[in-house]
Design a protein around this ligand. Structure first.
Ligand code: ZN
Length: 273
């Protein structure tokens, strides 16, 4: 097992840039404590300027959940009550073969029996592009950047609204754009180039799922657009010459990238040898 002995050295970083478009109202919940303008029961998470944003952790976590379900890995990670909350390899042999744990990492662990566990994927917070909220849209918004919806909790068995359950819910309106998105993928070994496709597959799955809450009520459909994928070799960080090698040609959506991944991957490797 050569791989095991070798210290983890960085070969380079793949930088994925782009925008996240809100297709149906997006709701990533923020803290409900404290006062918020508008007095909504369930506010969205907002930045220091009071504008909604997409936390990198929400994006990364959702991508992981979706790929875990697709790959049918064992959901062996449990919370304190013993409920299954996801997958994490606990064994070196499994870890070495597990693209998900290699890409998304294992929380709170940096080694499994002496083998370094690295996190390859970093997702940054994505901020609202103010220009995407047009003057026309603003006329229909209850708050400066967001809309307020009234929702009732539904009785699952009767299919009717639960009495007294009307709540005000804040969400980012359809048409909003979060940009620039930045996702970093660290390449430590050659096989990392192969598994990078999982990141784009997960993005593709997210477009057919939902981000944030209340997806069952139609919230949270998003699309990734204008994607640019750059390959920065380790040496590029020494010369400061970054984001010069774009490797995704004109394939700017997750599905186009997945479809043409072999071609894109070649550019990732070609530079290296
Ligand atoms: Zn795993």
């Amino acid at each position: 097992m050569e791989e095991k002995i070798r210290e983890s050295t960085l070969l380079g970083k793949v930088v994925i840039k782009g925008s996240i478009y809100v297709v149906t109202g997006l709701r990533i919940g923020g803290p409900t404590t404290g006062l918020k303008i508008g007095g909504v029961d369930q506010p969205v998470i907002s930045d220091a300027f009071g504008k909604p944003y997409i936390p990198g952790s929400s994006l990364k976590g959702k991508l992981r959940t979706l790929i875990e379900r697709k790959e049918r890995v064992p959901l062996n990670k449990k919370d304190k009550e013993g409920n299954s909350i996801g997958h994490e390899c606990d064994d070196e042999e499994k870890y070495n073969k597990c693209a998900i744990c290699k890409i998304w990492g294992i929380l709170g662990t940096d080694k499994i029996k002496g083998v370094p566990v690295l996190t390859r994927l970093i997702a940054r917070d994505v901020y609202l592009d103010e220009t995407s909220i047009t003057e026309e849209m603003k006329k229909n918004l209850e708050l400066e950047w967001t809309e307020i919806k009234m929702e009732t909790a539904i009785d699952r068995y009767k299919g009717t609204a639960l009495e007294g359950s009307l709540r005000t819910i804040e969400r980012v309106p359809a048409g909003a754009r979060f940009s620039p998105m930045e996702i970093i993928y660290n390449v430590y070994e050659e096989s990392d180039e192969e598994i990078l496709i999982k990141v784009f597959e997960a993005m593709e799955l997210l477009e057919h799922d939902y981000l944030g809450g209340m997806g069952s009520r139609g919230y949270g459909k998003v699309e990734f657009k204008d994607i640019e994928v750059f390959w920065n070799k380790k040496e590029d960080y020494e010369s400061g010459d970054l984001n010069k090698t774009k490797i995704n040609d004109n394939f700017t959506t997750p599905s186009e990238i997945v479809k043409n991944f072999e071609e894109i991957k070649k550019k990732l490797t070609a530079d290296e040898k």
